[in-house]
Design a protein around this ligand. Structure first.
Ligand SMILES: Nc1ncnc2c1ncn2[C@@H]1O[C@H](COP(=O)(O)OP(=O)(O)OP(=O)(O)O)[C@@H](O)[C@H]1O
Ligand code: SF4
Ligand SMILES: [Mg+2]
Length: 330
């Protein structure tokens, strides 16, 4: 990202995005994403972090316009490569998904169909979006398998997901995600089910692919070790809002928002490699009944009377560093 950076062109720009769930016949409005702004340059990786339920997945499903029926995007713009995805028809969106933006989900078994060979599953988007067939298609499937370090591609492509290890399945999902050379990949907790060695190998591979193809990537994770290793910038989400966004080094060296500090404080020492969930005192608020003012105030040690009634805007601390906290007002 972010504003002011001129060396790379902007790949994705999200402006005032609000995605709400209307449950109980519209009587309950859950503000899952509540006015977020960020941008991502070509070839950059943005880490999206925050406690469970803060709106990370709903943000990515909003970009792909793959939301559950109860959810609606009530405002905002999602500009990808100069086009507002919110103005596209469903037919046009089908050309965006998999071709321009692909998503790597938490659990590879959710993405893979147990009834089809992995070769067929890698071939599917290539037939659909690239109109490949015959030898050309098979050559591309084999080269994708090699690109994600699956040995014996010719044999492996005839196998089914259950015949592969968890790490290999995750690689297959990676191969499908990059098959049509998308501009943006959204990886949602892509490594959760992997053991640490496989996870490290997989992250290295993702990074290689990302660098080789100058892909933009949104990396959703609870793990600050992964953020440190993978990301250029970080956006910290809380209760549907981005509380702080900054380059990775600034987030670690000089976090400005008390929520970011609390998250970093919950990570043991300076060794961010341990896989663990973010845990801080207290519970995130009910998104259908948000507290007034700053939504973090019930858990914030630094809260003042003003915080309980007035919502802080995003304050700009440096060119690419913003924080939504009254303490950052100059
Ligand atoms: N199908 C649904 N119906 C109603 N509300 C939903 C639904 N799915 C999500 N939500 C609401 O949206 C909020 C954000 O959910 P989201 O899945 O984006 O969280 P997340 O940050 O991805 O969490 P996690 O880290 O656990 O994956 C949830 O707290 C929940 O209140
Ligand atoms: S605005 Fe107030 S309550 Fe919110 S994070 Fe800053 S100090 Fe804490
Ligand atoms: Mg999620």
């Amino acid at each position: 990202m972010m504003e002011g950076r001129t060396t790379n062109s902007t790949m994705l720009k999200i402006e005032n995005l609000k995605t709400h769930f209307f449950t109980q016949k519209g009587r309950r409005v859950v503000k899952a994403v509540d006015g977020i702004d960020f941008s991502l340059a070509e070839g950059e990786i943005l880490g999206l972090v925050g406690e469970s339920g803060c709106g990370k997945t709903v943000t990515s499903l909003s970009i792909l316009r793959l939301l559950p029926a109860a959810a609606r995007i009530v405002s905002g713009r999602i500009i990808l490569g100069g086009e507002n995805l919110l103005e596209k028809s469903e037919k046009e969106m089908r050309k965006v998904r998999g071709k321009k933006v692909s998503m790597i989900l938490q659990d590879p078994m959710v993405s893979l169909n147990p009834l089809f060979t992995i070769g067929d599953q890698i071939a599917e988007p290539l037939k659909l979006h690239k109109k490949l067939a015959g030898t050309e298609l098979m050559d591309r499937v084999r080269s994708l398998l090699s690109a994600v370090n699956i040995p014996s591609a010719e044999i492996r492509r005839r196998e089914y997901p259950h015949q592969m290890s968890g790490g290999m399945r995750q690689r297959i999902v990676g191969a499908i995600a990059i098959s049509c050379e998308p501009k943006l990949i959204i990886a949602d907790e892509a490594t959760t089910n992997l053991d640490l060695t496989i996870q490290a190998q997989y992250l290295k591979l993702l990074k290689e692919i990302q660098e080789r193809n100058r892909l933009s990537m949104i990396f959703i994770t609870h793990n600050f070790g992964i953020v440190a290793r993978m990301c250029d910038h970080v956006a910290v989400m809380y209760a549907g809002k981005i509380m702080e966004k900054a380059p990775v080094r600034e987030i670690f060296n000089s976090p400005a928002h008390p929520y970011t500090e609390a998250l970093l404080g919950s990570v043991p020492g300076v060794d961010y490699n341990e896989e663990r969930l973010i845990t801080i005192e207290g519970q995130p608020p009910d998104l259908a009944d948000l507290p007034g003012g700053c939504s973090f105030h019930p858990r914030c040690e630094k809260a003042t009377d003003r915080c309980r009634v007035e919502l802080p805007p995003e304050f700009k601390l440096a060119e690419n560093h913003h924080s939504r906290c009254w303490l950052c007002e100059k």
